[in-house]
Write a protein that binds this ligand. Sequence first.
Ligand code: HEC
Length: 148
Amino acid sequence: MGGGRLGLIVGALIGVVTVAWSADSEVLRPRVPSDQIESARAVTNPLPATPAVLQNGKSLFEGKAFCRACHGLEGKGLGMDLDYSTFKGPLPRNFTDKMWQQARTDGELFWILKNGSPGTDMAPFIPLVLTEEEAWQVLMYVRSFGGR
Ligand code: HEC
């Protein structure tokens, strides 16, 4: 194999790794503004992790709150019958991504349900669609996509 060809392959590999890395860092970038993130992270889910809470969360995710419309039945955010090209900002992420699950605290996710994710199609759901208690139920379900 000529040196030129090898250089090309190495170059392509570096390109692929860079794209994958920057996609990840965009997903993991905190959504809560830096002046609020400390107080947001201090908030914890007050509900016990019981099957009943999880079941309510699942019903909300798939039903009334319509999370599944954008995030998908399996929380993977893709493969839905949606025209994602109309979305502004980042697309719904893969909730089964363990790196993402670990990067976020429950309090940050709760902040998103209250405020939305500014500049994206993720709108606020509390209080118009969800009560705070329902939001914690649905977040328990979102966590279950990460296998916990
Ligand atoms: C109209 C489409 C849409 C609906 C409906 C929707 N979401 Fe989202 N959601 C998004 C998009 C797009 C993002 C990505 C925003 C971003 O990258 O900052 C997002 C982001 C999120 C995040 C934050 C991800 C992060 O990285 O911190 C959470 C949590 C979330 N959604 C939960 C829900 C829940 C729970 C529901 C139902 C109550 C819901 N979403 C309904 C489009 C939607």
